[in-house]
Design a protein around this ligand. Structure first.
Ligand code: HXC
Length: 518
């Protein structure tokens, strides 16, 4: 019995030793892979990344997220391609070309992916796509935003269709997540091919000046197809996309500047369409008068002033995060806070175009009109705010839409501070007019030319029109504006209204979706 016991014990020890040998070797493998994952494509490529003025995928996450908050997923995932020598060990990088997981920004949950340009140029393999999809799926399940730090040469050329399928998987999730959780893209390197479409589907796309590009394909292919000589910067640089195409919403100086701004920006947003936006402590008195506003709007309605002066004066601490500041500048949109609560700001910008002294008086107001680009810019912003229950304050000073073959015409509401550019009839909750407001169908000159065409006494008619409409009363007597307020009291009034309206509930008729023109 004793002998048998001793043998059993010996066997047990032997097993334990075997186990511990295996165990150690597994441990070693884990450590080795972890270390490899942390160095991505290796020191040389990291040095090259730094030399270009770019941070690595992991350094970027460190700056974006609160210290020690990053929880990484899929560090051991490797690509599965065996063509073009890809099966060789030296072509396998644990984690492949993207770092994924979740973390916190000012304590609030966010899902992230950060493409690693040092591994096959951050190109998208099937495995890379799977990793991105995993964080997107989880973000949707728990209701948290997704931030993508993009730095990718597009589809992994060696993989072909598996990579293309991966893109489609991501695009589907972009579409499903739209309006459910905020999706933000920061473009931090040359993003080509498929790497362009997903960011373009997200709510906000930011870029880094001089080091980031978005193009379907690079200058070499453009040259071979259309014979056009174009630089990377012209084709898809930050300037092109923030001023001409409108694909990107803002550009920052460098990686650090972009990531720190992104942290600030994140603080405005709710985690999902079921969560309220965060309320921050407000040191700016909500009843603060803004005396400058009483004289800011020039007496002549065609004279220019800067709408940003009004916005800065009214919002908490003058803090305004402008979206698309360099695109369709005749409208101003962005985020601010009122008494600590996030608000979307939409404002006409009378400053733009009005300074052209060579223009005849009659044309000058036209420069301040809404046109297609400013309408799209405004509408997309309003749609985001609506999807995420962010109240909107609209400052209206516009002669109307720019008439022309491609544009429509509409009410004109010059010189007023109005809550919600959409009028009462479009579900504006509270509408105010400043004493200088004019609410009319069109300017006096245009109106008289139509209704008194060919008649005498045009000057008289014009004076009558101005007398009737060049003031806020026509709207106020009908209750289309709720009050005519002293401009300096605007902050106080709006802060109070927003507090009351915080519990607003409104429903729409059931439908699968709308079909108004995109
Ligand atoms: C595999 C890639 C890659 C890719 C870059 N690399 N792009 N590997 N697939 N798509 C690798 C390079 O071989 C190189 O490897 C490293 O990444 C860095 O690339 P460089 O060219 O040295 O860098 P740079 O000069 O900065 O140029 C970056 C670039 C360029 C502009 C992104 O690499 C480029 O043009 N890549 C291809 C872009 C493209 O056409 N992608 C496919 C689009 S089609 P080493 O080992 O030297 O470090 C597509 C279809 C999607 O995406 C359709 C979805 C519906």
């Amino acid at each position: 019995g004793a002998a048998a016991g001793a043998i059993t014990q010996a066997k047990g020890l032997q097993n334990a030793r075997c186990y511990s040998v295996n165990h150690l070797s597994v441990q070693e493998r884990i450590e080795k892979k972890r270390k490899a994952a942390l160095t991505g494509g290796g020191q040389l490529r990291i040095a090259a990344q730094h030399k270009r003025g770019k941070l690595t995928a992991r350094e970027r996450l460190e700056l974006l997220l609160d210290p020690d908050s990053f929880v990484e997923y899929d560090m051991f995932v490797e690509h599965r391609c065996s063509d073009f020598g890809m099966e060789a060990d030296h072509n396998k990088y644990p984690g492949d070309s993207v770092v994924t997981g979740q973390g916190r920004i000012n304590g609030r949950l966010v899902y992230v992916f950060s493409q690693d340009f040092t591994v096959f140029g951050g190109s998208l393999s099937g495995a890379h796509a799977q990793k991105v999809c995993k964080v997107m799926d989880q973000a949707m399940m728990v209701g948290a935003p997704v931030i993508g730090l993009n730095d990718s040469g597009g589809a992994r050329i060696q993989e072909g269709v598996e990579s293309l399928a991966g893109y489609a998987d991501i695009f589907l999730r972009n579409v499903m997540a739209s309006g459910v959780v905020p999706q933000i893209s920061l473009i931090m390197g040359p993003c080509a091919g498929g790497a362009v479409y997903s960011p373009a589907l997200t709510d906000f796309t930011f870029m880094v000046k001089d080091t980031s590009y978005l193009f379907i394909t690079g200058p070499d292919v453009v040259k071979s197809v259309t014979n056009e000589d174009v630089t990377q910067e012209e084709l898809g640089g930050a300037k092109t996309h923030t001023t001409v195409s409108g694909v990107a919403h803002r550009a920052f100086e460098n990686d650090v500047d972009a990531l720190l701004n992104l942290r600030d920006f994140f603080n405005f947003l709710p985690l999902s369409n079921k969560d309220p936006a965060p309320v921050t402590e407000c040191h700016d008195p909500r009843d603060r008068p803004v005396p400058g506003l009483d004289t800011i709007v020039p007496f002549e309605s065609t004279k220019a002033y800067d709408m940003l002066d009004i916005v800065h004066g009214i919002v908490d601490e003058r803090e305004f995060f402008e979206i698309m500041p360099n695109y369709a500048k005749n409208i101003v949109v962005g985020f601010a806070r009122m008494n600590g609560r996030t608000v979307g700001i939409v404002g006409n910008q009378p400053k733009v175009g009005c300074t052209d002294v060579s223009a005849a008086d009659i044309y000058r107001p036209i420069f301040r009109c809404l046109d297609v680009n400013s309408s799209v810019k405004g509408a997309r912003f309003v749609r985001f705010c609506d999807a995420f229950n962010i109240p909107i304050i609209t400052f209206v000073d516009v002669p109307g839409f720019l008439p022309g073959s491609t544009e429509a015409s509409s009410d004109t509401e010059p010189n007023c501070a109005y809550d919600v550019m959409s009028s009462k009839h479009l579900r504006g909750d509270v509408n105010y007019a400043w004493p200088s407001a004019e609410v009319a169908v069109m300017g006096a000159k245009g109106a008289v030319q139509i209704i008194f065409r060919g008649k005498e006494n045009q000057a008289e008619a014009e004076a009558e029109y101005v007398e009737k409409f060049a003031n806020p009363f026509p709207a106020a007597v009908r209750g289309f504006v709720d009050d005519i307020i002293q401009p300096s009291t605007t902050r106080k009034r709006l802060c109070r209204d927003l507090e009351v309206l915080a519990s607003k509930k409104q429903t729409n008729p059931w439908k699968k979706h709308a079909n108004i023109p995109l």
